[in-house]
Design a protein. Structure first.
Length: 333
C-alpha cells in the first residue's frame, strides 16, 4: 500500500517515490518475521517512516503524530515493552545494506553519538563527554558501526554504553530494565563485539577506521591484525609509537618529517568540494613481522594548510598500500 506520507518522505530524500517505496517494502518484508504479532510490526513500519520523515524533532511524540496517533503510547510500547527480535532485525538490516552497498574494499567505521537527556532514569545516562554537544553533558552514549563504500553508507550495528556507575548499582539497573548479568564494557570493547559480528557474518570490508578512543586500544588493533583487516585509527598527539628502535610521542615524530615528504591529497568530497590537506606517513617498527611478510605499520599525519593543526592516525596494512589509500580510509569518518 502506498500512502501520501510515503511519497512525501521519498520526495524529501530526492529519490523516485516508486523506487523508494519498493525498497522500503522489501526491507520491511525481510524483518516481518522478527515480530510475533501484526500490531508491533505495523507500528515498526510507522516508526521507520517517521524517522525518515522531515520532522523538526524526532521523538515518540512527533513520530506518533506523523503516524496519526493521538498519543505516543504505542511508539513507547514498541521501544520499551513490546516483544520482538531486535538482534534479528539488526542482522536483516546488515544483510540488506551489504547486498546493496557491498564492496570488498569497503570501510567499517566505528563512531559514537551522545543524546542529551534530562533526569537520571534513562538507561546509561550520566554526565559524560558527548561528541554531539562537544562538551560534558548529561547524556546517553551509544557506539555505532557503519558500513561505507563508494556506493553509499549506512549503519549496521549498535551497542549502548552503560557506564560503570550504572553496572555497580543493581537496583538502578533493575529499575531501568537492564537484564541481569550485563557487565561493564568499555567503548572499544563494544566496538570489538560489533566488528566481530560483522566480520564473522562475512560482511565484505578491507578497512576499519575510528576516532582516538578506538585507536588507543591495543586489543582492538591486535584483533584486527589477527583477522587481516587493515585499519586507520585516530590517536592523540601524545600517543606513543616506535620508529627506528626508539619510542616517540606522535607529535614529536611528526616534527622529524622533512618538508618535501608532505603531499597535498584529498580526503574525499565534502559539502564544499574536495577536502584537501597536507599528509605524510612514517613507517613504524614492526617487531612482530615475520621474515618476508608484507604487513606494515604507519603513523599517518594530517596537517591543515591554513591553521597548521595536526591530526594523527595509527595504521596497519596486511600488504603495502599507497599514502592515498590510507588518506581515503581516514576520510571515510
Amino acid at each position: 500500500m502506498r500512502t501520501t506520507e510515503d511519497q512525501t518522505v521519498a520526495a524529501g530524500h530526492s529519490v523516485d517515490p516508486a523506487c523508494w517505496q519498493e525498497g522500503l517494502e522489501e526491507l520491511l518484508g525481510r524483518i516481518a518475521g522478527r515480530f510475533g504479532r501484526v500490531e508491533p510490526r505495523q507500528r515498526a513500519r510507522a516508526f521507520v517512516c517517521g524517522l525518515l520523515a522531515d520532522l523538526p524533532r524526532k521523538n515518540c511524540w512527533t513520530i506518533a503524530e506523523h503516524a496519526g496517533d493521538v498519543t505516543p503510547d504505542g511508539m513507547q510500547h514498541l521501544l520499551g515493552r513490546a516483544v520482538w527480535d531486535h538482534d534479528g532485525v539488526r542482522d536483516d538490516v546488515r544483510a540488506y545494506v551489504t547486498e546493496a552497498l557491498g564492496d570488498p574494499g569497503a570501510v567499517l567505521v566505528v563512531d559514537e553519538t551522545g543524546d542529551l537527556k534530562k533526569g537520571a532514569a534513562t538507561v546509561g545516562v550520566q554526565r559524560q563527554y558527548s561528541g554531539t554537544a562537544g562538551r560534558v553533558e548529561n547524556a546517553q552514549v551509544a557506539v555505532y558501526l557503519l558500513y561505507a563504500s563508494d556506493a553509499g553508507q549506512a549503519m549496521i550495528d549498535r551497542e549502548l554504553y552503560v557506564p560503570r556507575g550504572w553496572i555497580t548499582d543493581p537496583d538502578r539497573c533493575r529499575a531501568a530494565g537492564i537484564p541481569e548479568g550485563i557487565g561493564f564494557a568499555t567503548k572499544p570493547a563494544l566496538a570489538r563485539r560489533m566488528l566481530a559480528r560483522a566480520l564473522d557474518a562475512g560482511v565484505p570490508a578491507t578497512w576499519v577506521t575510528g576516532d582516538e578512543v578506538y585507536g588507543a586500544d591495543p586489543g582492538l588493533r591486535a584483533e584486527l591484525e589477527v583477522r587481516g583487516v587493515g585499519y586507520v585509527l585516530a590517536v592523540a598527539c601524545d600517543h606513543p609509537v616506535r620508529a627506528g628502535g626508539d619510542t616517540y610521542r606522535a607529535d614529536a615524530l611528526a616534527r622529524r618529517v622533512p618538508a618535501q615528504a608532505w603531499q597535498w591529497v584529498s580526503a574525499g568530497q565534502g559539502a564544499k568540494g574536495h577536502r584537501y590537506y597536507d599528509w605524510a606517513f612514517i613507517r613504524l617498527d614492526d617487531r612482530d613481522a615475520s621474515p618476508g611478510g608484507q604487513a606494515q605499520r604507519w603513523l599517518l599525519v594530517r596537517r591543515n594548510r591554513r591553521t597548521r593543526e595536526l591530526a594523527f592516525y595509527r595504521c596497519w596494512t596486511p600488504r603495502p598500500v599507497s599514502l592515498a589509500s590510507l588518506v581515503r580510509v581516514a576520510g571515510r569518518r
